[in-house]
Structures are given as C-alpha cells and as structure tokens.
Ligand binder design. Structure first.
Ligand code: PEP
Ligand code: MN
Length: 347
C-alpha cells in the first residue's frame, strides 16, 4: 500500500504512522522527495489497520500498488502525469521535460578508435557516450571487449570531449573498476536484467543505472528488476527498451513501443529506447528513433562506428556520424512535438 500524506503534515505525524506500521511487523519504505511525505508498505496490510489509517486526517490517499511494485510506482513521486522523474547522469538530466541522445560504439575498440568516435558523437550533439568494455557475446570466440582497459579508454574519451559515459557491467566483482574509472552510468544488459545478485550489488554503488529490458521479459518483470535497484538503495534508474524476442525474423528483435505509455502510467522511472539492438539494421533505425520519442521516450540510445563493416561487434546496426546527426535533429523535432525539448548540452 502507498500512503500519501496531506501537504504540510509535520514530520512527527509521518513518524507516528511509520511506527504504527512497524509495530505490526510491516516493512516501511519512503519516497526520497521532500515536498510531500509518501510511505510505501511492503507485504499485506491487515484490513483493520488499513481502516484505522484511512481514518487519520494526515493521510490524504491510500493507493493499492500493482503487485509489490512500490518504489518504482508513479504514486511514490510527484512528477506530472505525462512526465518521468529526472535522473542525473554526470550532469545530463535524463527524464522530465528533456530528451537525450546516448551514442557511441557497441564496443570500445582501442584508445584512438574510441576517441575518434567520441569526437563525432560530441560534434553531432549527442549527450552521453556509450561503449562496451565487458561484452556479453553469444559466441565465446567473438570479441569479448578490452575489460578494465576499455573502461579507462572510454572514460578518457568522454573526458576529452566533455561527455559522461555509460558502460555495461556483467559481474559484480568488476564494480570497483567501474567506480574507480568514474563510469557515470552502469548499464545492466538485457541478458542480466534478472541477475538479482548483480542488481543488488550494483544498487549498493548508488550510481545511475541504465537497466535494459530482458530478451523475453514482460514490462512487469522489468519493473521488478528496477524495484530491486531501488530497494537496494539506488534511486537513479533509467529503463531501456531494446526489443524483445518474437516470431519475427526480419529484424534482430521486435521493438515494443506499446510499453512506453503503460510504463508512464505505472512508474516515474524514465524510459529510453535503443532501436539499434531492436532492429539490428542501421538503415531502419531513424524512423524507430522518431517513433520512440513521439511515443514519449525520454531519449534514444544508438550505436555509432566510423567504419561499420570493420566493427568488432554489432556492425550491421552501427550508424555513421552523419546518420547520428540526423537522429539528433529528429529527436529535437519530436521532443518539441511532445511539449519537451532536446537536452541542452554544455558544449
Ligand atoms: C549493448 O548495449 O551493447 C548490448 C549488449 O545491449 P543488450 O544488452 O540490449 O543486448
Ligand atoms: Mn551492441
């Protein structure tokens, strides 16, 4: 149950309710927003207690959550109905009234290569630089990424062009390296969306997390994965739709835009779309990116390579810099069409 207090309720009033619930052995969670106190109660609340609370004047609303989705629930925040809460990724605001573009190579392919692509990404007006150093590859013989060295190269490239960086973490034992190298946002990939041990470990780092949707995860399962992060202490989560497995073989995956308005209703967590891993085909990415923002996505994430034919991973879906420039200008148009604006970069 989610308990929303009347505006101006003094802190003692909130604490009294909290203690009452805890006396019943219930676990109580609190919204980080200070403007209005909001509590969430995990587990089943006895009917008598619910009745007692409903009679308290300081409790303005009692909202039944969807299952046990508490901290991710829209009712836990005050964001306006059509907007998500805002997550700060190294100075770039994701969510709210602005739309972001995340771009970069699928894999970090070396110091010079990542720097060169980072320069194009920055010049095209994207806001966050992506690049994988630990790669989840289907085949053990495929390029696995440069590991810690790749993190260093990505961060250096990001700093050189003034962009925060996001990179995928596959194993909790690498967390120290991600933090040490100042990776601004930790990506949890589709294959690890329900790796609960990893989710719990990453949550403890309290860094922004980009949580990609599992290959065959329902929207609800995906939100439960986000709930793990929040429950573990990380409130800076961005969801990323990247296509799901269906019977369609013409594309790598099927982009599911139907979840966007639903997630907006259910949750305050910002949602971006990665049309690259959904499509797997570079030339069909631009219309999917436009549709994503038109349907309310808080941004898009795409892959860029200066020579896609030579890419060490995901070449067929890599955009050239001039194509990325088109994605950024389309994002500006679609953001305006939905009453928002493209994130204002500092450069
Ligand atoms: C990636 O972003 O490079 C990646 C591996 O994505 P996903 O986890 O969505 O497959
Ligand atoms: Mn990729």
């Amino acid at each position: 149950m989610i308990l929303r207090f009347a505006a101006g309720t003094p802190e003692q009033g909130v604490q009294a309710v909290r203690e009452r619930l805890e006396r019943e052995g219930l676990r109580v969670l609190r919204s980080p927003e200070e403007a209005r106190p909001i509590l969430a109660v995990a587990g089943k609340m006895p009917a008598k207690l619910a009745e007692e609370l409903r009679a308290r004047p300081e409790i303005a609303e009692m909202i039944a959550p969807m299952g046990e989705l508490l901290l991710v629930a829209r009712a836990m925040r005050e964001a306006p109905a059509a907007r998500s809460a805002v997550v700060d990724v190294g100075g770039v605001r994701v969510g709210g009234d602005e739309v972001v573009v995340i771009a970069g190579p699928c894999s970090v392919e070396g110091r010079d290569a990542v720097l060169e692509v980072a320069r194009s990404v920055a010049e095209c007006g994207a806001h966050v630089l992506r690049g994988g150093a630990f790669k989840p590859r289907t085949s053990p013989y495929a390029f696995q990424g440069f590991g810690v060295e790749g993190l260093r190269q990505l961060k250096d490239a990001g700093e050189a062009v003034g962009l925060p960086v996001v990179s995928e973490i596959m194993d909790a034992s690498d967390l120290g390296s991600f933090l040490e190298h100042g990776i601004d946002c930790l990506q949890i990939g589709a294959r690890n969306m329900q790796n609960f041990t990893l989710l719990k470990a990453v949550a403890r780092a309290n860094r922004p997390v980009l949580l990609k949707r599992g290959l065959a995860a329902t929207a609800e399962e995906w939100l439960y994965a986000a709930e793990y992060l929040f429950e573990g202490g990380c409130e800076q989560v961005i969801l990323c739709e990247r296509g799901i497995r269906t019977f369609e073989k013409a594309t790598r995956n099927t982009l599911d835009l139907t979840v966007l308005p639903l997630l907006r209703e259910w949750s305050h967590v910002p949602v971006i779309v990665d049309p690259a891993h959904a499509a797997g085909i570079a030339r069909i990415i631009p219309p999917l990116a436009r549709a994503s923002i038109a349907a309310g996505a808080d941004g898009v994430a795409v892959e860029v390579h200066l020579n896609p034919a030579e890419a060490r991973s995901d070449g067929p879906q890599a955009l050239l810099p001039q194509e990325l420039a088109g994605i950024v200008s389309d994002a500006r148009i679609q953001a305006a069409a939905t009453g928002r604006s493209l994130h204002r970069s500092f450069r």
